[in-house]
Ligand binder design. Structure first.
Ligand SMILES: NC(=O)c1ccc[n+]([C@@H]2O[C@H](COP(=O)([O-])OP(=O)(O)OC[C@H]3O[C@@H](n4cnc5c(N)ncnc54)[C@H](O)[C@@H]3O)[C@@H](O)[C@H]2O)c1
Length: 442
């Protein structure tokens, strides 16, 4: 593909958005889209709905709404479905999640009640602290993957969808190291037949999605498409994948602040982060195995931004700790505290305190929307495999093997914007700016 021959298939017809896990994040996303469609609220936080893209030279004063610049599925053309271990429809699940006000949910009761979760692939050894009745059974993990494939095909047909995307919004599975069955597609497919315990439910969904040529994004920190076997499948069948772990709340702030400190070469001796969270996500994360997945994802960010090997005197000895405590009274309204110990000129110490009273699912919902629309765009543009330009949305962004992921939010945004310009046949922006001063010719 070159700059001049990018072809984008138009976003005609309905786009089905399928969500494994229909809890707080998924229902806040779906209810939010239905509210926006009815003019009840604005899609704040969504680049696809509210973002502008600068085009051409600064002197041209040219920009466009992203959704007008590039062909994206419209909200009216979205259609929702998913899987959960609980049978609640989206209206009931959203009411229980208590993220959105009941008065708003009641206005959306009719469309939300119609969306019922399909039965889930679930394995108690991966998520220990919750269980439900709405589960599939199968002799082998291959049988379970085939059942998910049938669900996908049936949903597409019954809802008359042109295209589908899948965004994993289910609970965080326990931490796993990469195992032999993850090393290649051949080993993975053999392991599906042999019921290898190292294949997680999220990997069964991911495998089924890719086999159906459906783009798959992973919103949790657990290993799903984050293995060579499924990345091989994505490349072979030319399907886009992205992940992992939605970048919201505390980590979002970290990837704004840490690059700022590093830009000015201010040193860092410690970063202590703690959170209280009272929703079901918090309940699941009270299990050490699930928390370990989250911890690894949250901890990786600083090291990759600060590059201690390049700046050992500034970042070679950073004490970075992250804690999440399950505290039911707060529900979805998380509170995070950060104490940041920095040092400046001649090593003089200073401190920064951040107290973020955020709403987890309110921050995550626009990410689900943007990922659904951009993953669909990627497929219509014939991009496949890892979508690094979507790193902007993730705490642990996937990158090609051997490549360090980019964590700096502003660099991630630049990459996303330039990818859209590339797709739309516009000049890429490198911010050199010397042409404005006649030093470099146009
Ligand atoms: N909200 C945020 O800011 C944020 C940020 C980053 C990542 N995440 C991740 O997003 C995910 C969803 O968060 P949430 O707050 O909606 O959690 P939640 O507990 O409200 O919802 C998760 C749902 O997944 C279901 N589930 C669990 N295992 C399943 C399976 N195998 N198949 C189908 N359904 C399954 C649960 O029953 C539950 O309804 C979590 O993994 C969380 O770590 C959230």
């Amino acid at each position: 593909m070159t700059k001049t021959n990018v072809k984008i298939t138009p976003a005609n017809g309905k786009l089905g958005v399928l969500l494994p896990g229909m809890g707080a994040v998924a229902t806040t996303f779906i209810a939010g889209v239905e509210a926006v469609k009815r003019g009840l609220a604005n899609p704040v936080g969504s680049l696809t709905q509210m973002g502008q893209l600068r085009l051409g030279k600064r002197s041209e004063n040219r920009s466009a709404m992203i959704k007008d610049f590039i062909s994206l599925a419209s909200l009216e053309n979205l259609c929702f479905g998913g899987w959960d271990i609980f049978e609640d429809n989206v209206y009931e699940a959203a009411s229980k999640a208590k993220v959105l006000e009941q008065t708003l949910l009641d206005q959306l009761k009719e469309p939300l009640s119609k969306i019922r979760p399909m039965s889930a692939v679930f394995d108690k050894s991966y998520i220990t602290l919750i269980d439900g009745k709405n589960k599939k059974t199968g002799k082998t993990k291959k049988d379970l993957a085939d059942q998910i494939r049938e669900d996908i095909q049936r949903f597409k047909k019954e809802n008359n969808c042109e295209r589908l995307v899948i965004v994993w919004c289910a609970s965080t599975e326990r931490y796993t190291e990469q195992a032999a069955c993850h090393e290649s597609l051949a080993k993975f497919e053999k392991a599906l037949l042999e019921n290898d315990p190292m294949i997680s439910p999220s990997q069964i969904y991911a495998y089924a999605a890719l086999m159906e040529r459906v783009p798959y994004a992973n919103g949790s920190p657990n290993r799903s498409v984050e293995c060579p076997a499924l990345q091989e499948l994505a490349r072979e069948l030319r399907v886009p994948i992205s992940g992992s772990d939605f970048k919201t709340g505390q980590t979002l702030m970290k990837t704004v602040l840490a690059p700022g400190l590093k830009s000015r070469l201010l040193g860092l001796s410690g970063w202590y982060s703690t959170n209280i969270l009272g929703n079901r996500d918090g309940e699941v994360l009270a299990d050490p195995g699930s928390f370990k997945s989250k911890e690894v994802s949250k901890l990786s960010v600083l090291e990759q931004i600060l590059e201690p090997e390049t700046y050992p005197s500034l970042y070679g000895d950073v004490h970075h700790q992250v804690q999440i405590n399950y505290y039911p009274p707060r529900g979805d309204n998380k509170e995070g505290w950060d104490n940041i110990d920095i040092f400046g000129w001649l090593g003089y110490p200073m401190q920064i305190k951040v107290n973020f009273l955020c709403r987890d699912s309110i921050l995550a919902a626009p990410i689900v929307l943007d990922l659904a629309l951009f993953m669909d765009l990627a497929q219509r543009t014939e991009l496949f495999g890892i979508q690094e330009w979507l790193s902007f949305y993730f705490k642990s962004p996937l990158a090609a093997p051997g490549l360090k992921p980019e964590h700096d939010l502003q660099v991630q945004l630049l990459k996303l914007h330039n990818t859209l310009r590339f797709m739309g046949g516009e000049e890429l922006i490198n911010h050199l700016g010397l042409t404005y001063y006649g030093i470099v010719e146009e």
